[in-house]
Design a protein around this ligand. Structure first.
Ligand SMILES: *[C@@H]1O[C@H](CO)[C@@H](O)[C@H](O)[C@H]1NC(C)=O
Ligand SMILES: *[C@@H]1O[C@H](CO)[C@@H](O)[C@H](O)[C@H]1NC(C)=O
Length: 305
């Protein structure tokens, strides 16, 4: 993006750009997300008669062999429906919070600190949009509960009926932490990496794409390193069925981190890291390239170039 402030496009365009960017990424990358969740939900030593996964490839092989390849796409409708609002919220919230903070602090140029703060706030905003979808997805991805639910709407119906409507927001707190950390890393790095890379000659599409791919990928990797522990506890919290009168084992994010560390060791906080970073590293790059590209396209259309 150039230094001259561009006239912002209305939200509907950001929504469309976010949707195109997100859905393309998800169709290719979703199976990695299933592997990630399965590995994160796995606790303790192998149990006879239950598949135990020794890493990503083993998990892939066992799911395909014992449950069928279609399992790798189970639960995909929730993220697809969520993708457009999520991606649009991410970039739109980043833009609006950016303007808000610049105003608040009375500065007119983006700085490293502001870029990180803006990303963190955009992440917290995004969490509100994604929690119910994430909850449905986790329940469909978990093997132990696979028989309980018949697709997305069935999950919603059953959660609302047996756990109450508020249960749809189960895991909001851990999801907020997860998104605050990821987006602080993502937008913070994009700012820094864009500043370090050779400047794009105006109108040079290839340079723009190359820079965005590099900046977005580094941003995605950094965000993932920062937020994986929160992702592990979020998976655990959202997998838990709420039972009235019973205190759940995993409840609040920070204490849950302690529980996982105490019971399974520090490394357990990075469960599912490989499939996650393989997805969200390049995914972060693709996201930024497609988003910038689609927004440029809309801008040209509007300006009648
Ligand atoms: C995030 O918002 C800031 C401030 O509005 C903007 O300068 C920056 O380019 C945005 N980042 C991305 C990746 O769109
Ligand atoms: C997920 O939660 C369900 C229901 O609470 C439980 O039966 C199952 O064992 C959990 N899955 C894992 C892998 O922890």
């Amino acid at each position: 993006m150039s230094d001259t402030p561009q006239k912002p496009l209305p939200f509907v365009y950001q929504f469309a750009a976010g949707a195109v960017a997100g859905v393309s990424e998800i169709l290719v990358m979703y199976p990695l997300d299933v592997l990630k969740t399965r590995i994160q939900l796995q606790t303790g030593p192998p149990v006879p008669g239950v598949d135990h996964y020794n890493g990503m490839f083993d998990c892939f092989r066992k799911i395909v062999k014992n449950e069928g390849a279609s399992r790798l796409y189970r639960g995909i409708s929730a993220p697809i429906l969520m993708e457009a609002p999520k991606r649009a919220t991410k970039f739109a919230a980043n833009d609006s919070w950016g303007a808000f903070y610049r105003n608040l602090f009375g500065v007119d140029k983006q700085t490293q600190g502001l870029a990180t703060l803006t990303g963190a706030t955009a992440g917290a905003t995004e969490a509100f949009v994604v929690v119910p979808f994430e909850l449905v997805k986790i329940r469909l991805q978990d093997k132990a509960q696979a028989h309980k639910y018949n697709g997305m709407f069935d999950v919603v119906k059953k959660i609302v009926a047996t756990e109450g409507p508020l249960a749809m927001y189960n895991g909001l707190e851990s999801t907020m932490w997860r998104h605050i950390l990821w987006n602080a890393g993502y937008f913070g790095c994009i700012f820094q990496v864009r500043a370090q890379l050779p400047a794009v000659e105006p109108g040079n599409k290839n340079q723009q794409t190359r820079n965005d791919l590099i900046a977005g990928t580094i941003g995605g990797i950094t965000g993932t390193i920062l937020n994986t522990p929160m992702d592990v506890v979020k998976s655990r919290i959202q997998n838990t069925t709420k039972v009235p009168g019973q205190v759940a084992k995993y409840n609040w994010a920070w204490p849950a981190l302690g529980t996982v560390m105490k019971e399974e060791g520090f490394a357990a906080l990075y469960k599912g890291f490989t499939p996650k970073v393989l997805r969200l590293g390049p995914g972060g790059g693709i996201l930024l390239v497609v988003y910038t590209g689609v927004m440029d396209f809309f801008r040209k259309m509007r300006d009648g170039e």
